[in-house]
Unconditional design. Structure first.
Ligand SMILES: NC(=O)c1ccc[n+]([C@@H]2O[C@H](COP(=O)([O-])OP(=O)(O)OC[C@H]3O[C@@H](n4cnc5c(N)ncnc54)[C@H](OP(=O)(O)O)[C@@H]3O)[C@@H](O)[C@H]2O)c1
Ligand SMILES: *[C@@H]1O[C@H](CO)[C@@H](O)[C@H](O)[C@H]1NC(C)=O
Ligand SMILES: *[C@@H]1O[C@H](CO)[C@@H](O)[C@H](O)[C@H]1NC(C)=O
Length: 343
């Protein structure tokens, strides 16, 4: 009897040892993977500086806001849903002592009217903006055919055009804070982007997706919008040279956030779990390069560059000036139909 019990115990230990060692091995592998995931080492006090983050209620934007407030910055949480902004701020207050100031505001980048209203409130409430972080972004399967209020394809409209309009309307406020910064959160997926100026709303790709013909490219709407982010950063850096307003584009790395909420079902998440553990950063790890671009003094003057892992990144995309100017011109025309922009 005693013998059986002892045997049972040793089996139990053995069975427990297997999953435990698997978990330990995964943990070690992740640690090894993360050796290249650089951290923002800048930790200067940011008291007196005003940061504006779009999409700050979730993922990378939220972690960026949290870290900035810890360094005593004043942070405007510009969110599509005001109640989510307030909730995010309340949660940060609960979790950490905040030396800074957090301001929830409503901004829907899928509506020009919302952007205009938001800018008006900013202009009456704030004298200057030190750092604008264009972080908000969406990924929506193309067959859903989602459009902004003005009828633009959702990735083009929100990820690029909405930020293009917002940024241009805020330039006076940024110049007033010089030396100041604009950080544009793009992605290395911009390298798969391809701009067809005759069809920026992707009508052909959307029709194909609706018919179940998937594109050779992974969500071309998203990749294109991330390419537009880089072109926008380059063009803006040129236009702002000599003003003391620096512009940086960056990629946070592949992170586990809510970004794929419309693309993945729960069981797909389950199947992806090992990939998540091994290859994906947390939102906090992803926020490091954004923070670096927003606050590290050492990069001042490197306007127009693209950063990843807190270092300059060499893109494989064959950028050309003509495409850059064309995108600027088209974007300007599309928003000018609303209001002249001060450039
Ligand atoms: N996660 C990654 O692996 C990864 C990799 C490379 C680049 N990025 C980039 O990182 C940025 C942040 O994404 P994330 O991963 O942190 O995703 P996330 O958790 O989904 O956060 C996206 C944020 O954008 C906001 N947003 C969406 N549509 C908006 C609109 N029309 N107006 C205003 N705000 C809007 C969302 O607000 P709601 O919560 O109200 O929807 C949310 O706060 C994006 O630009 C993304 O392209 C992410
Ligand atoms: C995209 O769609 C919008 C809304 O229908 C339209 O105003 C615009 O001209 C279209 N094309 C381009 C290239 O933006
Ligand atoms: C862009 O617009 C400017 C000013 O309107 C014009 O001179 C230039 O030719 C345009 N360039 C392209 C590539 O569209």
């Amino acid at each position: 009897m005693l013998e059986t019990l002892q045997m049972f115990q040793s089996y139990a230990v053995l069975y427990a040892a297997v999953p435990v060692s698997v978990i330990v091995a995964l943990g070690l592998f992740r640690k090894w993977r993360s050796r290249n995931w650089a951290k923002c080492l800048s930790n200067t006090c940011l008291r007196g500086k005003t940061f504006l983050i779009t999409g700050a209620n979730s993922g990378i934007g939220l972690e960026t806001g949290k870290a900035l407030v810890k360094r005593k910055a004043r942070v405007i949480f510009a969110c599509r849903d005001l109640s989510k902004a307030k909730e995010a701020i309340a949660n940060i207050r609960k979790g950490q002592p905040t030396g800074g100031e957090m301001i929830p505001m409503q901004l829907d980048l899928a509506s020009f009217e919302s952007i205009e209203k938001f800018v008006e409130v900013i202009k009456t409430g704030f004298h200057k903006i030190d750092v604008l972080i264009n972080n908000a972004g969406v990924v929506v399967p193309l067959d859903r055919d989602v459009k902004t209020k003005e009828g633009f394809e959702i990735h083009f409209g929100v990820n690029h055009l909405g930020h293009f309009y917002l940024t241009n309307l805020l330039l006076d406020h940024l110049k007033r804070a010089s030396p100041s910064r604009i950080v544009i959160v793009s992605s290395t997926l911009h390298q798969s982007g391809k701009l067809d100026f005759d069809d920026l709303n992707l009508t052909k790709e959307i029709e194909a997706a609706k018919l179940g013909r998937s594109s050779a490219r992974r969500n071309p709407g998203y990749c294109n919008s991330k390419l537009m982010n880089v072109y926008f950063a380059k063009a803006l850096a040129d236009k702002l040279s000599g003003t003391g307003v620096d512009v940086y584009a960056c990629c946070p790395g592949f992170c586990y956030t809510d970004l794929f909420r419309y693309s993945l079902k729960w069981y797909q998440y389950l199947m992806l779990a090992p990939v998540l553990v091994l290859f994906m950063r947390s939102a906090k790890e992803g926020s490091e390069t954004v923070l670096y671009c927003a606050t590290d003094y050492s990069i001042e003057g490197t306007s127009g560059k693209f950063y990843r892992n807190c270092s300059p990144f060499e893109s494989k995309y064959p950028f050309n000036k003509e495409e850059e100017i064309k995108l600027w011109n088209v974007s300007e025309e599309l928003v000018k139909a609303r209001k002249p922009i001060p450039l």
